[in-house]
Write a protein that binds this ligand. Structure first.
Ligand SMILES: Nc1ncnc2c1ncn2[C@@H]1O[C@H](COP(=O)(O)OP(=O)(O)OP(=O)(O)O)[C@@H](O)[C@H]1O
Ligand SMILES: [Mg+2]
Length: 444
């Protein structure tokens, strides 16, 4: 039996309260508490007795992985989709989420029907796109629907091999009074869909829109509910697209897959390093950084530019890199390496538009800035990685070996790395540095 209760839920973080407040005490946002009516289910007390089982008596589950038809997407998922796996794919408008999922529907190796539910577009819009990307096929069933209960019954009736819900923010359950896209709706619909998919053993993709700040619209709980969270990123005006996995219950997080957007849909880029360093410039301020957060490293070009400031307040602008981190690096450069940029504008760009968040990029950013400031070219055949501490010390990072190996594979001859991480380079000279000043002296 259900009982209705009234609550005020913060649309930014999911905090709920019995009374309205102007400011959310949890996330500090103003005017985000909205009234939502929810049915609270009173648990029936007559639950049958439960029994816990000894760990060693549980048979190991061996899942058959289902290929998505994209080698690099399978790689990101840890080898393909697992039956009942719920994957949230989040990305900015127009990045290509619907395109990718339509292509996956077509390429899915398991055969069988695919139920593609769209709450955003009309069936003819989808058909047009399908024609363009070559995904027109009878076994792909399109359902344009926003009432969640009807979607659930369609899943039960068709028993597909894959469900795509595009997007979670457009559907609403009739059992809740709040509007589509509200925290309660998003949470409830995602939870019930994932329960059904688990029960029926169907893998499922849920599209999630992102907010201006880049967070998945809806509370963190959405990320907790699903098995895998993929972030679809890229510059809208650039043709490259990247999928990063930030959570995966069936594989490693941090993996990256690179795609190229063409008029025939997305094409996978299987050698992203070659792709990103292709247009490398040979001028001061440019350096190659082997990026990796998973098992596949990618060589990226980091560019720094230091110019005399025209205005009283010097600018610090970055693309694909955190500005806060840049301020810290500039402070360390000034204090520990005597490189002053106080009166200069400083720009940092990760070429190709990829966004880098790992601290292993610090040293590359620092030497790129030093190189631009001193107008000295960094040797072309050198890669740089390492984290910077506040005292100017270069700290060890993850996956040193993988990064060096990737650089070697692409013909680089030298790697500047944190001291202690001078691993076997075979064919590449690996130089360990312990401070930023040592690194700059060596490389410039
Ligand atoms: N003819 C075309 N040639 C090349 N690229 C195209 C063409 N038509 C569309 N695109 C690309 O596809 C993108 C739109 O893809 P898609 O609709 O899959 O994005 P989405 O992430 O689902 O967007 P939304 O959030 O609006 O649903 C466009 O931004 C554009 O880059
Ligand atoms: Mg779309």
């Amino acid at each position: 039996m259900g009982r209705e209760s009234r609550r005020y839920v913060c649309q930014s973080c999911g905090y709920s309260s019995v009374k309205w407040m102007g400011r959310c005490p949890s996330c500090g946002e103003w005017n985000t508490l909205l009234e939502e009516r929810e049915r609270s289910y009173l648990k029936v007390l007559k639950t049958p007795p439960v029994r816990a089982v000894p760990l060693d008596s549980i048979p190991e589950e061996s899942f058959t992985r289902i290929s998505t038809g994209f080698e690099n997407l399978d790689g990101v998922l840890g080898g393909g989709l697992v039956p009942g796996q719920v994957v949230l794919i989040a990305g900015e408008p127009g990045i290509g989420k619907s395109t990718l999922l339509l292509q996956v529907s077509r390429r899915l190796r398991s055969g069988g029907k695919v139920l593609y539910v769209s709450g955003e577009e009309s069936s003819s819009q989808i058909a047009m796109r399908a024609k363009r990307v070559g995904a027109v096929e009878g076994r792909i069933l399109i359902l344009t629907e926003t009432v969640f209960e009807r979607i659930l019954s369609a899943v039960r009736e068709t028993g597909p091999s894959l469900v795509v819900l595009d997007s979670i923010q457009t559907v609403y359950s009739e059992e809740l009074e709040s509007s589509a896209g509200s925290v309660s709706q998003v949470r409830e619909c995602a939870f019930r869909l994932s329960e059904l998919c688990k029960e029926m053993g169907i893998p499922c993709f849920i599209v999630g829109q992102v907010t201006k700040e880049g967070a998945i619209a809806g509370p963190k709980v959405l990320e907790h509910l699903v098995d895998t969270v993929l972030h679809f990123e890229g510059e809208r005006f650039n043709f490259y697209r990247v999928i990063k996995v930030s959570k995966n219950r069936f594989g490693q997080a941090g993996e990256v897959a690179v795609f190229r957007m063409t008029d025939r849909g997305l094409e996978e880029v299987l050698e992203p390093s070659a792709f990103f360093i292709e247009q490398r410039v040979r001028s001061p301020g440019s350096v190659i950084f082997p990026y990796t957060e998973g098992t596949k490293p990618i060589l990226l070009e980091v560019q720094g530019l230091v110019v005399q400031a025209l205005y009283t307040t010097p600018q610090r602008k970055t693309q694909g890199y955190d500005t806060g981190r840049l301020s810290l690096i500039l402070a360390v450069l000034e204090k520990e390496a005597g490189i002053f940029t106080r009166d200069s504008d400083v720009f940092v760009n990760i070429a190709g538009g990829m966004a880098v968040r790992e601290p292993a990029c610090d040293l590359a950013v620092a030497v790129a800035i030093a190189s631009s400031k001193r107008e000295r070219i960094i040797p072309e055949d050198t890669v740089v990685f390492g984290e910077l501490g506040l005292a100017g010390e270069v700290r060890a990072v993850h996956f040193g070996e993988l990064r060096i190996e990737e650089a070697r594979k692409f013909g680089f001859k030298r790697a500047l790395v944190p001291r202690g991480q001078e691993l076997e380079g075979n064919g590449i000279e690996v130089i360990g540095v312990s401070s930023i000043s040592e690194a700059i002296d060596l490389i410039l």
